[in-house]
Design a protein around this ligand. Sequence first.
Ligand code: CA
Length: 230
Amino acid sequence: MRVLLIEDEYHMREALCRGLREEGNEAVGAATGSEGLRLARDEGFDVIVCDILLPGLNGFQICRRLREQGVWTPILMLTAKDGEWDQAEALDAGADDYLTKPFSYVVLKAHLRALVRRGAKSATAAGDVLRWGDLVLDRRAHRCSRSGRDVDLSHREFDLLAELMASGARAVSKAELLERVWGPTFNGDPNIVEVYMGYLRRKVDAPFGRRTIETVRGVGYRLAEVDAGG
Ligand code: CA
């Protein structure tokens, strides 16, 4: 894979680049935010690793600008445990995943592979973070947000939305959702799925003036295609 590393700490950048190259990857390092942005935009990478605090542009600005310009290369943000910004803000800025420093090289590689496998534009089940337009579900932190605003979901609502986002534009049947979210031994009223879809719509769609959760009559549910602005 072809990796861009935007990191101003020399030793960290060089060590990561060297490690990746030794395993047959292509790794390009950038020491400043503006150089990173230029490389990310002009040269094709499979994945980008981006620090937050950088000279020039910071990691959030890089993320936002790339997404605004339609560059959907997956971005892994490096966050600091006691930093001023947190993981949630990284995701809101358009990053696909994050790692908190210090991290192990093995874990970094696993995250990079997962990101490259899934690509960035649509939500899939591969990573901890599911994204559908401006709707973000962080399964590790158990947090949901839309347009950068937190959405408070119950456990069941969260699991249900995760199933929908993992399936994306593919319709999922009520029976599948019942089995995956309520479990194969559930023997209550299957209409519980509709009831919960109502709860979800009231939380993730209505307040934002959107209709992302679609009912496919006779089939089940799916997410509406992400529009250009979303
Ligand atoms: Ca830094």
